[in-house]
Design a protein around this ligand. Structure first.
Ligand SMILES: [Zn+2]
Length: 432
């Protein structure tokens, strides 16, 4: 008997110790929500986090998803049907092969020929391509394209095949733009509906059967890089350390040893960028970077991957991209979002946290927003909708049920997550 009594005393003491030392501390750490009015200025603006390329490097919380970009090829011929690529069956096979090779480069990119010390290089860019359409167009006018023909080529294609506006269009034609092998437009951050294009010039005397298809693929990869907002390491990349898009993993963390005279307004020197520059020769500064214009090109640095994936979140090119990861983006502190972003993953708002939305979110069809018990989503003039060109609705806002575990008398009271709509905010095109 005595033994049992001692045990009871210990048990009761432990309970009181818990009451005095544990229970009050958890109560103090979560002040009642009513103490803070729900107005925008009370929530941290996290725009800088969502705007920086480094936060979209594969594996970072904003990039857990492999995205597939839909491509379409348009082969231009003269009005009488003559041209360079005329054997449709043969060319179609070659273009499918080209996209397979492109995917290998983006899935398992070669390591850099001149690595920067201290950088962990990645192989998988989290970007893949799917070839959705190949069509042949007869028009002698557009067969001789110029530097400004991209929008015209797109318009002609969209008139004939309206669904091709949903793909990134690659035009293979003849013509010339200051001697370049091709060009591509940068995506837009302001007009998220604007169309991308890539124009590639085929030499008129080229033989379609003896064509250099590997070099052609490297050229398309380079031009696609521009569509994704990448620039040239040899003349147009950002060259100041202070620029938020500076590529430390391409140029280094300090001025290169070999760099004597950087261009004015540059902290580093550009690399050489010739097709036949030997990258292993210590006398040269060319590299195998995908944007370097070299016959050995193909390498993509982590920050370049970050920038490309950021483009798929906040620039017009995103309308061609699809993919979903079940790993959610966790919102763990109260904050406001004022930007326009496409999500390829769920958003989970943690207990006790408020997500204050003034901007626009586009959600892929598989994605949802999960409100944990005690969280809040305030849509203040903001919009949540399905991604442009979605074939179905997005999953909607899910309010997680309050768990009913533990004994009732010491369970902390928690209310379910709350969804508040203010100032004509709206949630549309969702399953619920
Ligand atoms: Zn270029």
């Amino acid at each position: 008997m005595k033994h049992i009594n001692q045990f009871s005393v210990i048990l009761v003491s432990v309970f009181f110790v818990w009451i005095f030392f544990c229970a009050p501390s958890s109560a103090l750490s979560t002040p009642p929500a009513d103490e803070f009015p729900d107005t925008a200025e009370n929530f941290a603006d996290v725009s800088d986090f969502f705007a920086h390329q480094k936060n979209y490097v594969p594996g970072e919380p904003l990039n857990r998803t492999v995205k597939t970009v839909y491509l379409s090829f348009n082969i231009w011929l003269r009005s009488d049907g003559t041209g360079v690529f005329t054997d449709e069956e043969y060319i179609n096979n070659k273009l499918h092969e080209l996209v397979e090779r492109l995917n290998r480069i983006f899935y398992s990119t070669p390591l850099p020929s001149s690595p920067i010390e201290g950088v962990d290089y990645l192989r998988d860019s989290h970007i893949q391509f799917e070839l959705k359409a190949i069509d042949y167009y007869r028009n002698s006018d557009l067969y001789t394209a110029t530097c400004s023909s991209g929008p015209r080529l797109n318009r002609y294609v969209f008139r004939k095949h309206p669904q091709k506006r949903q793909y990134l269009n690659i035009h293979l034609t003849s013509g010339n733009c200051r001697g370049a092998t091709g060009y591509a437009n940068y995506p837009s951050g302001r007009n998220l509906e604007s169309d991308s294009y890539l124009v590639s010039f085929l030499r008129q005397d080229a033989d379609q059967y003896a064509y250099g298809y590997w070099a052609f693929m490297l050229h398309i990869a380079h031009e696609l890089g521009h569509n994704f907002e990448l620039r040239h390491p040899y003349d147009s990349e950002f060259c100041r350390f202070s620029h938020p898009d500076f590529l430390f993993d391409l140029f280094g963390f300090e001025k290169q040893d070999w760099c004597n005279n950087p261009r004015s307004n540059c902290d580093v020197c550009f690399q050489q960028g010739k097709w036949d520059c030997p990258i292993d020769d210590p006398q040269t500064t060319c590299t195998n970077n995908i944007m370097g214009g070299n016959s050995d090109s193909g390498s993509i640095t982590p920050l370049q991957m970050g920038r490309m994936n950021r483009t798929l979140a906040i620039r017009s090119l995103r309308k061609y991209a699809w993919g979903y990861s079940e790993e959610p983006f966790e919102v763990e502190t109260s904050q406001q979002w004022t930007f326009n972003k496409k999500f390829y993953q769920d958003i989970r708002v943690a207990s006790g946290v408020t997500l204050y939305l003034k901007g626009t979110l586009e959600m892929v069809p598989e994605a949802r927003i999960i409100l944990e018990p005690g969280s809040k989503l305030i849509v203040d003039g903001g919009l949540i909708t399905n991604a442009m060109y979605s074939k179905s609705l997005w999953q909607g806002v899910i309010i997680e049920p309050v768990a009913s575990r533990g004994l009732a008398f010491w369970r902390k009271k928690k209310s379910p997550g709350e969804l508040i709509i203010l100032n004509n905010g709206s949630i549309i095109n969702s399953m619920q």
